[in-house]
Design a protein around this ligand. Structure first.
Ligand code: HEC
Ligand code: HEC
Ligand code: HEC
Ligand code: HEC
Ligand code: HEC
Length: 494
């Protein structure tokens, strides 16, 4: 009897265990199947997206993971030289990021006479781009053109609407890359650039959104900013070697009867950088129409950009103390990255700033675009087999060296400015100061190029040091030239 009960117990347990196991295996299989299906599914189409869907929340219904990262670009977290600027602690502007001018008084001197001396702050996440532009004293106290909006708003639809209103053919639902779509975009670009900022900004509502980087049907990356299309064409036509942009090199081997078009020719890996290069670049507004223009007709290096400006006779402002006509650099991330080892090795902006993350079986690109140092595991350790501490220290070493050299370049530039000012005060003629003005212009553009670039030298450490070395030399030459103009060395020819 006892043994019979025992047998039943054993059988019973077996049955239950088997049943459980079967359920377990089935569940596992089911889970694997779902995950496989999940990983093949790019989209869970809930809403229909088209060329007029500007609102990122609509896209978010189909792509909740990317949307979630995107809205988190509003978060603030600092690193030593970057990261997102936490709110200023200064009582006079509690809601704005930290002022670069208060942190570094050399900049107040260098930019004296220009709007940047009024208000110049640390950058922060994409969520703030439109707000921060509307709120800066550079816009509030100085008249600015609609061209400012190119890199601070979701403006594809606004441009196309303005294009259609001004005679461009077709409808807003035409694919952006169709002939009509492009005609609308470029016509609107021309019209909006020339508008006063305060009118133009009423045409837009969102910072950069999904539609500005993606095709609403296929989700493929695409270029939507006219200035970039024109800039990269000029670069392609320049013959300056760009080994990090293979599709440009490839195009140069054709008969060139059709202009280089990144939307047709760039590889997916190239697009992972070019989509950022629509905005993270040096620029100026050319002519009466304030056409946003990227100065790349000779190449992407600082002296090639300077040569472009000299050829078209461009000056941003006259530095007030010295009277020198100078150029203001702005965020040349793409240009500096182009000179570095990562670009040369095919590592894109998105590889570091939008690394993949796994969510279930799905590989998602991190849409919380921010400092890679806040996420070293996914941004760097996928390629570099060092500890997080080691990687961070390598970056900080590069950045601290760049910073120290940059401070010397700034001080040398400021010394040049005051030497020229003293010479003027002593009555030296403008004619006699021409050489000093020219050298000051060179020094200031180089110093500013590295200051305005946002990686503190990391994107191309050697190139950053080369540029700063030249800056220091030109600044001291300018100082010397001014001093000599003031106290001409008497040649005692007999
Ligand atoms: C190999 C990785 C890598 C690549 C590739 C790369 N970056 Fe960076 N980037 C960095 C690091 C590291 C920093 C410094 C971050 C810091 O100091 O917190 C940085 C800083 C920046 C910053 C300032 C960020 C901040 O938090 O203040 C911007 C903007 C930026 N990069 C844009 C770009 C663009 C645009 C490209 C492509 C043209 C690019 N980066 C390519 C690693 C990279
Ligand atoms: C439409 C123009 C535009 C495009 C396209 C764009 N950016 Fe930006 N980006 C900006 C502006 C403007 C800011 C500064 C916003 C502010 O300070 O209010 C910014 C800020 C940043 C920052 C600083 C974030 C922080 O937390 O401080 C990083 C990093 C960055 N961008 C990287 C990228 C990368 C990588 C790409 C490509 C995947 C890209 N951006 C594409 C305009 C753009
Ligand atoms: C070619 C693209 C581009 C154009 C055109 C552009 N910006 Fe920006 N702007 C950026 C990028 C990228 C950043 C973030 C990097 C940085 O702060 O250096 C930025 C940052 C800013 C910031 C925040 C940091 C600061 O400088 O105080 C303000 C404000 C700003 N821009 C205002 C303007 C105004 C005003 C104009 C027109 C005169 C303008 N921008 C035109 C790309 C652009
Ligand atoms: C500044 C440009 C930019 C913006 C804005 C942007 N994305 Fe992306 N997105 C990228 C890049 C770069 C990739 C990587 C694409 C690749 O490797 O082909 C990507 C990839 C994707 C993918 C493919 C799957 C993945 O995660 O790699 C989806 C889906 C996507 N984005 C949705 C969105 C949505 C939704 C929004 C708006 C909430 C958005 N993106 C805004 C640049 C952007
Ligand atoms: C997709 C791969 C990849 C990623 C991601 C990547 N790197 Fe690199 N990195 C490379 C390659 C390739 C080199 C060139 C050295 C070589 O060929 O061995 C390099 C070189 C470097 C160097 C030497 C730089 C120099 O100028 O000599 C440093 C420092 C570095 N990486 C830091 C980083 C950091 C920090 C990150 C993350 C923000 C990062 N890397 C992300 C591939 C990568």
């Amino acid at each position: 009897m006892a043994s019979g009960r025992k047998r039943w117990f054993v059988y019973g347990t077996l049955v239950v265990v088997t049943a459980l196991a079967t359920v377990g295996v089935a569940a596992l299989l089911q889970n694997i199947a779902t995950r496989k299906a999940e990983s093949q599914l790019v989209a869970f189409p809930i809403v229909k997206l088209d060329e007029t869907t500007i609102d990122p929340a609509e896209w978010g219904k189909n792509f909740p993971r990317q949307y979630d990262g995107y809205i988190r670009t509003a978060d603030n977290e600092r690193t030593r030289f970057g990261g997102s600027e936490a709110m200023s602690l200064r009582p006079e502007d509690p809601k704005k990021p930290e002022s670069k001018l208060e942190a570094d008084p050399n900049l107040k001197v260098m930019f004296n006479g220009y709007a940047f001396a009024l208000d110049y702050r640390e950058r922060r996440g994409h969520a703030f781009m439109l707000h921060d532009q509307r709120e800066t004293d550079r816009v509030k106290l100085k008249p600015q053109p609609g061209a400012c909006l190119n890199c601070h708003a979701s403006n594809v639809v606004a441009f196309r609407e303005a294009g259609v209103k001004n005679g461009a053919p077709g409808a807003l639902t035409d694919p952006l890359l169709s002939a009509h779509g492009q005609a609308q975009l470029f016509k609107g670009f021309e019209v909006v650039n020339a508008m006063p900022y305060n009118d133009a900004t009423k045409l837009v509502e969102h910072p950069v959104t999904c539609l500005d980087c993606h095709d609403p049907g296929t989700l493929r990356l695409r270029i939507t900013k006219p200035a970039f299309i024109e800039g990269i064409r000029a670069l392609a036509e320049s013959n300056e070697p760009v080994p990090h942009l293979p599709s440009v090199e490839q195009w140069r081997k054709t008969d060139r009867s059709k202009a280089y078009d990144p939307n047709e020719l760039a590889s997916r890996q190239e697009m992972r950088s070019l989509s950022c290069a629509q905005c993270h670049v040096e620029y100026h507004f050319a002519g009466e129409g304030k056409r946003l223009t990227f100065p790349w007709s000779n190449g992407l290096k600082v002296e090639q950009i300077e040569a472009h400006y000299n050829a078209v006779g461009w000056t941003d402002f006259v530095q007030k103390d010295s009277g020198s006509p100078v150029i203001k650099a702005q965020h040349p991330e793409f240009e500096l990255w182009s000179q570095g080892i990562h670009a040369r090795s095919g590592v894109s902006c998105a590889d570091c700033h939008m690394p993949y993350k796994r969510e279930g079986a799905i590989k998602v690109s991190e849409h919380q675009v921010r400092s890679p140092l806040l996420n070293v595991a996914r941004s760097c350790q996928t390629c570099h087999n060092y500890t997080e501490t080691e990687i961070k220290e390598r970056v900080e070493t590069i950045q601290a060296r760049t910073y120290d050299l940059m401070m010397r370049a700034e001080e040398a530039t400021v010394a040049a400015i005051f030497a020229i000012q003293r010479a003027k005060a002593a009555g030296v003629s403008e004619e006699a100061l021409k050489v000093a003005h020219g050298l000051h212009r060179k020094a200031q553009f180089r110093t500013d190029f590295i200051n305005a670039e946002n990686s503190m030298g990391f994107h191309a450490p050697q190139e950053a040091a080369r540029i700063l070395g030249e800056a220091i030399d030109y600044a001291r030459q300018a100082q010397l030239a001014a001093t000599e103009a003031m106290n001409p060395v008497k040649t005692t020819a007999k």
